[in-house]
Design a protein around this ligand. Structure first.
Ligand SMILES: Nc1ncnc2c1ncn2[C@@H]1O[C@H](COP(=O)(O)OP(=O)(O)OP(=O)(O)O)[C@@H](O)[C@H]1O
Ligand SMILES: [Mg+2]
Length: 469
């Protein structure tokens, strides 16, 4: 099958192909047309290009998922074109088409990142098998992408931000915990997002339509916690004018989140243990027991094992709550997430204030060096404060709290005694851009966002730097 005259039998479409964009790059029109027809009959959306330059333009304007690339293109050599395509769209799968059965160039192409190769002349069946493989591979990638999107989406793992490996691990555990009904103990320092994790477990599980009820065991007085959790009957105590259902009953089918569970008084710990074990509660002042059907999530920033060894927390309750446990890393254990979190909070603040703001290189550096004892909450407050007190579009080192900025100022070379050498603006800009990209582990899009420049500008500047070197 190398010409447009090929008679195409009615082939069934490949499931999943209709979401995929295939770019066919060949200087021979007949081949472009024939391959295009086959791919379309399988369900692909197709685009064509008759030269490498034309292909690059298509790559920039269309969301291309896969490329069928003739290695014998006029102008740019086929391998050069492959490199350029991978540079512009690293995710796209490229199948190279080689002529005359020259396996050597195909092997080189595979080494340079091609997904597969096919030699001319090839049959309709060969092309179909190849495109089939392509779809399966892309489907897997798309599913992964969807999973990642789900993690980021509101319904999935809520607004928990973080890409550090420890966080990815956490998301996997949240995913599993969401589909179980066992208690989960969520551990983590203050401000690491324990409540958000609890919400994510509930809202990404099958009972998301049922209630999620947080109870702050740390701030309520003990008698109040008891009547809140278990409910009471009319006249149970002075002021109990009416009977009230307990939260453990109200949450029927859903989740009760016991925040700061380490603060629960010992006598209440015994009552809670009994409620969990026997799946029933006795309202204050009542002799009747009420069955409950509720999932318990608990959180604490205290060392519960220590509390157990000191007799401040019941060992049996600890074991009950700790069927599954999950530890959220502190922010200083995942510093690579600081820029993403900062970008997230700045974006949210800009939505409410209408003013877009970015961080200066120095400010970001200081934030990366700081230990954040109050974790994500402290970072969020720090940016909120900085935005409230700054009118310009950029947050500078001086706009950050002293605790954060001091660290950087003491190690900084800026503001010396006037004898430091003068650095041209262009050079400063180059250093800022390259440093930011390095600090962000090569994430150019995020770098552009934090530096407040468009991604096209950033790419253009990087190209300029490459040609200077
Ligand atoms: N991973 C995260 N992504 C986005 N925001 C987060 C994240 N973790 C925490 N936050 C933010 O930090 C704030 C504190 O989170 P949360 O109340 O869940 O912390 P906590 O661990 O319960 O702290 P504490 O022990 O002090 O109660 C939240 O309001 C939320 O805005
Ligand atoms: Mg909390």
């Amino acid at each position: 099958m190398t010409t447009a005259e090929a008679i195409l039998p009615a082939t069934p479409q490949i499931e999943g192909a209709n979401f995929l964009n295939l770019l066919i790059v060949d200087d021979e029109r007949a081949i472009r047309d024939a391959c295009g027809e086959v791919a379309q009959s399988l369900g692909f959306n197709t685009f064509t290009a008759d030269s490498a330059e034309h292909a690059y333009k298509q790559l920039e304007s269309q969301g291309i998922d896969a490329v069928l690339l003739d290695l014998r293109l006029p102008g740019a050599g086929g391998l050069e074109a492959l490199n350029q395509i991978k540079c512009r769209r690293p995710d796209a799968l490229v199948v190279v088409v080689t002529g005359y059965g020259t396996v050597q160039s195909a092997v080189q192409a595979m080494k340079n990142g091609a997904f597969d190769y096919v030699t001319k002349p090839f049959s309709l069946d060969e092309l179909r098998v190849l495109l089939d493989r392509l779809v399966n591979h892309l489907k897997l990638k798309t599913e992964n992408r969807m999973l990642r999107e789900k993690i980021k989406s509101k319904q999935g793992f809520g607004s928990i931000i973080g890409r550090a490996p420890e966080m990815e691990k956490l998301y996997r555990i949240i995913g599993k915990a969401a589909h179980s009904t066992h208690p989960v103990l969520i551990l983590g320092e203050s401000g690491t997002g324990k409540e958000w994790v609890a919400r994510s477990i509930h809202f990404s599980g099958p009972f998301r339509d049922k209630p999620f009820i947080p109870v702050d065991c740390g701030s309520l007085v003990p008698t109040l916690i008891e009547s809140e959790l278990f409910g009471y009957v009319k006249g149970a105590f002075t002021g109990a004018m009416y009977a009230k259902d307990g939260l453990l009953a109200i949450a029927e089918g859903g989740t009760v989140f016991l925040d700061e569970v380490g603060e629960l008084p010992v006598d209440l710990q015994a009552k809670l243990l009994r409620a969990i074990q026997e799946k029933e509660i006795r309202p204050v002042g009542s002799t009747k027991r009420i069955p409950i059907n509720v999932r318990i999530l608990a959180a604490t920033n205290r060392d519960l094992e220590l509390a157990v060894s000191q007799g401040a927390f019941r060992r049996d309750l600890y074991f009950r709550l700790n069927v599954l446990s999950l530890r959220i890393p502190s922010l200083r254990e995942r510093r690579q997430d600081i820029p993403i979190l900062a970008a997230h909070f700045l974006e949210r603040l800009s939505r409410s204030s209408g003013q877009e703001r970015t961080l200066s290189d120095d400010a970001l550096k200081a934030m990366l060096a700081y230990d954040w004892p109050g974790n994500v909450r402290e970072l969020e407050n720090c940016l909120e404060r900085a935005c409230a007190f700054t009118t310009g579009p950029m947050l500078h080192l001086g706009d950050l709290p002293v605790a954060v900025s001091n660290l950087q100022a003491s190690g900084s070379t800026a503001g010396g005694n006037g004898t430091s050498k003068i650095i041209p603006m262009a050079e400063l800009e180059k250093q800022t851009i390259l440093n930011t990209i390095a600090q962000l582990n090569g994430d150019k899009l995020l770098a552009a966002r934090l530096l407040g420049i468009g991604k096209t500008t950033l790419y253009r500047k990087l190209k300029e730097y490459c040609s200077q070197d």
